[in-house]
Design a protein around this ligand. Structure first.
Ligand SMILES: [Zn+2]
Length: 168
């Protein structure tokens, strides 16, 4: 009798949690997990403590709030009319740090993927997650192809440069 109640309670509790966890990061995590991708969260030894780390793909995923990380051209990135200078400085600092972190990761041979919160709104979610999976698989294949050839020393750095530009 007690057991039944416990299970029922637990179930209710879990579905409650499930309903509540619509946070953008959870959306991505649930999708990845459901599609067989395994990851670590907030890896403490990698620059920028990436939200999601997929070791097999040597990829870090950052889920960025459009305001705090200054998503250019996004309607969710509007600097308030008051304290404009303050907010501007804050966002610019975050952006600089994001670029620095991605550089550091790239020189360590890690890929970075930025997912913007606006891209996870219900209307865009499916498309975003699909293209995320596509990107991961492409990275995986690319890395394995590259390993079969001799890479000149300066190549990884160039790749890092290209990568950062893509993300700006
Ligand atoms: Zn945005």
């Amino acid at each position: 009798m007690n057991d039944v109640l416990t299970i029922e309670q637990r179930h209710r509790c879990m579905s409650h949690v499930g309903a509540k966890n619509t946070k953008p990061e959870m959306v991505v995590r649930r999708y990845l997990w459901g599609h067989g991708y395994r990851y670590r969260l907030n890896h403490p030894r990698l620059p920028g403590k990436p939200d999601i780390v997929l070791r097999k793909y040597r990829t870090c995923i950052f889920i960025n709030g459009c305001f705090w990380h200054g998503h250019e051209g996004c309607r969710y990135y509007t600097i308030p009319k008051t304290n404009t200078q303050f907010w501007n400085n804050k966002v610019q600092r975050n952006k600089k740090r994001d670029v620095k972190v991605q550089h550091e990761l790239a020189t360590m041979g890690w890929h970075s993927i930025t997912v913007w919160e606006c891209e996870l709104k219900p209307i865009k979610r499916e498309e975003t997650l699909k293209s995320l999976a596509y990107t991961l698989n492409r990275i995986f294949l690319q890395d394995r192809t590259v390993k079969r050839y001799e890479i000149p020393d300066d190549e990884p750095m160039m790749a890092a440069e290209n990568f950062c530009n893509c993300n700006m």
